[in-house]
Write a protein that binds this ligand. Sequence first.
Ligand code: ADP
Ligand code: MG
Length: 263
Amino acid sequence: MTATPMPTAPSPAIEAVALRKDFGEIHAVDGIDMSLSPGRIYGLLGPNGSGKTTLIRLLTGLASATSGSVKVLGVAMPSRSNLARIGYMTQSDGIYPELSVWENLSFFATLYGQTDKAKLHATLELVELDTRAGTPAQDLSGGMRRRLSMACALAHHPSVIFLDEPTVGVDPALRVQFWDHFHRLAADGATLLVSSHVMDEADRCDELLFIRDGHVLAQGTPAELRTRAGTQNLETAFLSFATQPRAGSAASATPGQPKESHR
Ligand code: ADP
Ligand code: MG
Protein backbone atom coordinates (compact mmCIF):
# COMPACT_ATOMS: atom_id res chain seq x y z
CA MET A 1 0.00 0.00 0.00
CA THR A 2 1.43 3.35 -0.95
CA ALA A 3 1.19 6.16 1.53
CA THR A 4 -0.91 9.13 0.47
CA PRO A 5 1.42 12.10 0.16
CA MET A 6 0.72 14.94 2.56
CA PRO A 7 -0.74 17.93 0.73
CA THR A 8 1.90 20.61 0.53
CA ALA A 9 1.07 24.26 1.02
CA PRO A 10 1.67 26.36 -2.09
CA SER A 11 4.82 28.49 -2.02
CA PRO A 12 3.98 31.94 -0.73
CA ALA A 13 3.59 34.66 -3.35
CA ILE A 14 4.74 37.37 -0.95
CA GLU A 15 6.95 36.83 2.09
CA ALA A 16 8.43 39.26 4.59
CA VAL A 17 10.66 38.36 7.51
CA ALA A 18 11.33 40.76 10.39
CA LEU A 19 10.81 43.67 8.02
CA ARG A 20 11.58 47.14 9.36
CA LYS A 21 11.77 50.63 7.92
CA ASP A 22 12.76 53.58 10.08
CA PHE A 23 12.61 57.23 9.09
CA GLY A 24 14.73 58.69 11.87
CA GLU A 25 12.72 58.17 15.03
CA ILE A 26 9.64 56.94 13.14
CA HIS A 27 9.27 53.17 12.91
CA ALA A 28 7.10 53.21 9.79
CA VAL A 29 7.33 49.41 9.44
CA ASP A 30 8.11 47.96 12.82
CA GLY A 31 8.92 44.29 12.46
CA ILE A 32 6.50 42.61 10.04
CA ASP A 33 6.46 38.91 9.21
CA MET A 34 4.03 37.84 6.53
CA SER A 35 3.46 34.94 4.19
CA LEU A 36 0.72 35.47 1.62
CA SER A 37 -0.58 32.63 -0.54
CA PRO A 38 -1.10 32.85 -4.29
CA GLY A 39 -4.53 33.35 -5.79
CA ARG A 40 -5.96 35.38 -2.92
CA ILE A 41 -6.98 38.97 -2.31
CA TYR A 42 -5.48 40.41 0.86
CA GLY A 43 -6.77 43.64 2.36
CA LEU A 44 -4.15 45.76 4.14
CA LEU A 45 -6.27 47.88 6.45
CA GLY A 46 -5.19 50.59 8.82
CA PRO A 47 -5.54 54.30 9.52
CA ASN A 48 -3.52 57.01 7.80
CA GLY A 49 0.10 56.84 8.88
CA SER A 50 -0.06 53.18 9.92
CA GLY A 51 2.63 52.17 7.41
CA LYS A 52 0.63 50.75 4.50
CA THR A 53 2.39 52.67 1.72
CA THR A 54 5.83 52.13 3.25
CA LEU A 55 5.16 48.39 3.57
CA ILE A 56 4.00 48.15 -0.05
CA ARG A 57 7.09 50.05 -1.24
CA LEU A 58 9.30 47.64 0.69
CA LEU A 59 7.48 44.63 -0.77
CA THR A 60 7.91 45.94 -4.32
CA GLY A 61 11.60 46.55 -3.64
CA LEU A 62 11.25 50.26 -4.46
CA ALA A 63 12.23 51.26 -0.92
CA SER A 64 15.13 49.70 0.92
CA ALA A 65 14.47 48.14 4.29
CA THR A 66 16.29 49.19 7.44
CA SER A 67 16.44 45.45 8.19
CA GLY A 68 14.65 42.24 7.33
CA SER A 69 13.94 40.62 4.00
CA VAL A 70 11.28 40.29 1.30
CA LYS A 71 10.64 37.66 -1.34
CA VAL A 72 8.09 37.97 -4.13
CA LEU A 73 7.35 34.74 -6.04
CA GLY A 74 10.36 33.22 -4.32
CA VAL A 75 12.78 35.91 -5.53
CA ALA A 76 14.57 38.15 -3.02
CA MET A 77 13.63 41.79 -3.50
CA PRO A 78 14.75 44.20 -4.76
CA SER A 79 15.01 42.47 -8.13
CA ARG A 80 14.75 44.44 -11.33
CA SER A 81 13.83 41.43 -13.44
CA ASN A 82 11.10 40.40 -11.00
CA LEU A 83 9.37 43.76 -11.50
CA ALA A 84 7.88 42.46 -14.76
CA ARG A 85 5.82 40.03 -12.65
CA ILE A 86 4.68 42.75 -10.24
CA GLY A 87 2.00 45.40 -10.70
CA TYR A 88 1.99 48.45 -8.43
CA MET A 89 -0.69 51.10 -8.37
CA THR A 90 0.71 53.89 -6.25
CA GLN A 91 -1.39 55.99 -3.90
CA SER A 92 -0.30 59.17 -5.67
CA ASP A 93 -0.92 58.36 -9.35
CA GLY A 94 2.57 57.99 -10.83
CA ILE A 95 1.47 58.97 -14.30
CA TYR A 96 2.87 61.65 -16.61
CA PRO A 97 0.48 64.63 -16.71
CA GLU A 98 1.50 65.88 -20.14
CA LEU A 99 1.23 62.45 -21.81
CA SER A 100 -2.13 61.20 -23.07
CA VAL A 101 -4.00 58.28 -21.53
CA TRP A 102 -2.78 56.00 -24.33
CA GLU A 103 0.82 57.24 -24.12
CA ASN A 104 0.91 56.68 -20.36
CA LEU A 105 -0.51 53.20 -20.69
CA SER A 106 1.77 52.13 -23.52
CA PHE A 107 4.81 53.62 -21.76
CA PHE A 108 4.28 51.60 -18.58
CA ALA A 109 3.18 48.46 -20.44
CA THR A 110 6.23 48.57 -22.74
CA LEU A 111 8.56 48.89 -19.73
CA TYR A 112 7.36 45.44 -18.70
CA GLY A 113 7.23 43.91 -22.16
CA GLN A 114 3.52 44.27 -22.96
CA THR A 115 3.20 45.64 -26.49
CA ASP A 116 -0.01 43.91 -27.59
CA LYS A 117 -2.27 46.82 -28.59
CA ALA A 118 -5.45 44.74 -28.34
CA LYS A 119 -4.58 43.91 -24.71
CA LEU A 120 -3.91 47.57 -23.94
CA HIS A 121 -7.27 48.53 -25.44
CA ALA A 122 -8.96 45.84 -23.35
CA THR A 123 -7.31 47.28 -20.22
CA LEU A 124 -8.56 50.77 -21.12
CA GLU A 125 -12.06 49.37 -21.58
CA LEU A 126 -11.89 47.75 -18.17
CA VAL A 127 -11.26 51.14 -16.53
CA GLU A 128 -13.74 52.85 -18.89
CA LEU A 129 -11.17 55.17 -20.42
CA ASP A 130 -11.29 53.77 -23.96
CA THR A 131 -13.03 56.90 -25.21
CA ARG A 132 -10.40 59.13 -23.57
CA ALA A 133 -7.28 57.55 -25.06
CA GLY A 134 -6.09 60.87 -26.56
CA THR A 135 -6.78 63.02 -23.48
CA PRO A 136 -3.72 64.40 -21.66
CA ALA A 137 -3.62 62.88 -18.16
CA GLN A 138 -3.60 66.38 -16.64
CA ASP A 139 -7.08 66.99 -18.07
CA LEU A 140 -8.60 63.91 -16.38
CA SER A 141 -10.69 64.08 -13.22
CA GLY A 142 -9.20 62.63 -10.02
CA GLY A 143 -11.23 59.44 -10.40
CA MET A 144 -10.16 59.05 -14.01
CA ARG A 145 -6.51 59.44 -13.00
CA ARG A 146 -7.00 56.62 -10.45
CA ARG A 147 -8.46 54.49 -13.24
CA LEU A 148 -5.53 55.26 -15.54
CA SER A 149 -3.08 54.39 -12.74
CA MET A 150 -4.84 51.08 -12.31
CA ALA A 151 -4.67 50.38 -16.04
CA CYS A 152 -0.92 51.14 -15.99
CA ALA A 153 -0.44 48.73 -13.06
CA LEU A 154 -2.36 45.86 -14.69
CA ALA A 155 -1.55 46.18 -18.40
CA HIS A 156 1.39 43.74 -18.31
CA HIS A 157 -0.70 41.02 -16.59
CA PRO A 158 1.39 40.77 -13.41
CA SER A 159 1.14 37.80 -11.04
CA VAL A 160 1.53 39.86 -7.87
CA ILE A 161 -0.41 43.11 -7.67
CA PHE A 162 -0.09 45.86 -5.08
CA LEU A 163 -2.90 48.40 -5.11
CA ASP A 164 -2.46 51.32 -2.72
CA GLU A 165 -5.91 52.74 -1.91
CA PRO A 166 -7.14 51.96 -5.44
CA THR A 167 -10.80 52.91 -5.10
CA VAL A 168 -10.44 56.35 -3.49
CA GLY A 169 -12.40 58.78 -5.71
CA VAL A 170 -13.80 56.00 -7.89
CA ASP A 171 -17.59 56.00 -8.22
CA PRO A 172 -19.55 53.13 -6.63
CA ALA A 173 -20.60 51.42 -9.86
CA LEU A 174 -17.04 51.28 -11.17
CA ARG A 175 -15.80 50.12 -7.76
CA VAL A 176 -18.01 47.07 -8.10
CA GLN A 177 -16.53 46.39 -11.52
CA PHE A 178 -13.01 46.81 -10.14
CA TRP A 179 -13.66 44.30 -7.39
CA ASP A 180 -15.18 41.85 -9.87
CA HIS A 181 -12.00 42.20 -11.92
CA PHE A 182 -9.78 41.73 -8.84
CA HIS A 183 -11.63 38.48 -8.12
CA ARG A 184 -11.16 37.32 -11.71
CA LEU A 185 -7.42 38.07 -11.46
CA ALA A 186 -7.20 36.11 -8.20
CA ALA A 187 -9.17 33.21 -9.72
CA ASP A 188 -6.55 33.18 -12.52
CA GLY A 189 -3.85 32.79 -9.85
CA ALA A 190 -2.76 36.37 -9.18
CA THR A 191 -2.11 37.54 -5.64
CA LEU A 192 -3.44 40.97 -4.72
CA LEU A 193 -2.60 43.16 -1.75
CA VAL A 194 -5.08 46.03 -1.61
CA SER A 195 -4.64 48.77 0.96
CA SER A 196 -7.36 50.93 2.44
CA HIS A 197 -7.84 53.23 5.40
CA VAL A 198 -11.56 52.44 5.52
CA MET A 199 -13.30 49.16 6.24
CA ASP A 200 -16.11 49.49 3.72
CA GLU A 201 -14.55 47.13 1.18
CA ALA A 202 -13.00 44.71 3.67
CA ASP A 203 -15.59 42.01 3.04
CA ARG A 204 -14.57 41.88 -0.60
CA CYS A 205 -11.14 40.52 0.45
CA ASP A 206 -10.36 36.86 1.09
CA GLU A 207 -8.16 37.77 4.02
CA LEU A 208 -7.35 40.91 6.00
CA LEU A 209 -4.25 42.25 7.66
CA PHE A 210 -4.98 44.92 10.23
CA ILE A 211 -1.99 47.25 10.49
CA ARG A 212 -1.27 50.01 12.98
CA ASP A 213 1.93 51.78 14.00
CA GLY A 214 3.90 49.71 11.51
CA HIS A 215 2.93 46.27 12.73
CA VAL A 216 0.25 43.72 11.93
CA LEU A 217 -2.34 43.58 14.70
CA ALA A 218 -4.21 40.58 13.32
CA GLN A 219 -4.58 38.53 10.15
CA GLY A 220 -7.42 36.30 9.03
CA THR A 221 -10.56 36.10 6.95
CA PRO A 222 -13.19 38.74 7.74
CA ALA A 223 -15.27 36.01 9.42
CA GLU A 224 -12.33 34.79 11.51
CA LEU A 225 -11.47 38.29 12.69
CA ARG A 226 -15.10 38.93 13.63
CA THR A 227 -15.20 35.70 15.61
CA ARG A 228 -11.89 36.37 17.35
CA ALA A 229 -12.93 39.90 18.28
CA GLY A 230 -16.48 38.86 19.23
CA THR A 231 -18.15 41.50 17.06
CA GLN A 232 -19.77 41.70 13.65
CA ASN A 233 -18.37 45.20 13.15
CA LEU A 234 -14.87 45.18 11.64
CA GLU A 235 -14.12 48.72 12.86
CA THR A 236 -14.84 47.55 16.40
CA ALA A 237 -12.79 44.41 15.75
CA PHE A 238 -9.85 46.57 14.62
CA LEU A 239 -10.06 48.64 17.80
CA SER A 240 -10.24 45.55 19.98
CA PHE A 241 -7.07 44.12 18.39
CA ALA A 242 -5.41 47.54 18.70
CA THR A 243 -5.95 47.59 22.46
CA GLN A 244 -4.60 44.08 23.04
CA PRO A 245 -0.96 43.68 24.12
CA ARG A 246 1.24 43.55 21.07
CA ALA A 247 1.73 40.06 19.71
CA GLY A 248 5.39 39.09 19.80
CA SER A 249 6.08 41.18 22.89
CA ALA A 250 4.90 38.16 24.87
CA ALA A 251 5.45 34.53 23.97
CA SER A 252 2.06 34.58 22.26
CA ALA A 253 2.55 34.90 18.53
CA THR A 254 4.85 36.24 15.90
CA PRO A 255 3.80 39.67 14.64
CA GLY A 256 1.78 39.28 11.49
CA GLN A 257 0.60 35.80 12.32
CA PRO A 258 -2.66 35.03 14.05
CA LYS A 259 -2.52 33.14 17.32
CA GLU A 260 -4.60 30.34 15.90
CA SER A 261 -4.31 28.84 12.47
CA HIS A 262 -6.29 30.78 9.90
CA ARG A 263 -6.06 28.30 7.08
P1 ADP B 1 -0.02 54.99 5.38
O1 ADP B 1 0.22 54.64 3.96
O2 ADP B 1 -0.61 53.88 6.18
O3 ADP B 1 -0.82 56.25 5.51
P2 ADP B 1 2.80 55.61 5.41
O4 ADP B 1 3.52 54.35 5.10
O5 ADP B 1 2.65 56.62 4.34
O6 ADP B 1 1.38 55.27 6.07
O7 ADP B 1 3.55 56.33 6.63
C1 ADP B 1 3.91 55.64 7.82
C2 ADP B 1 4.72 56.56 8.71
O8 ADP B 1 5.97 56.82 8.09
C3 ADP B 1 4.08 57.93 8.92
O9 ADP B 1 4.40 58.36 10.23
C4 ADP B 1 4.77 58.80 7.89
O10 ADP B 1 4.78 60.15 8.29
C5 ADP B 1 6.16 58.21 7.87
N1 ADP B 1 6.82 58.36 6.57
C6 ADP B 1 6.45 57.78 5.40
N2 ADP B 1 7.30 58.10 4.42
C7 ADP B 1 8.24 58.91 4.97
C8 ADP B 1 9.41 59.57 4.47
N3 ADP B 1 9.78 59.44 3.19
N4 ADP B 1 10.13 60.30 5.33
C9 ADP B 1 9.79 60.40 6.64
N5 ADP B 1 8.70 59.81 7.17
C10 ADP B 1 7.94 59.07 6.37
MG1 MG C 1 -0.54 55.43 2.21
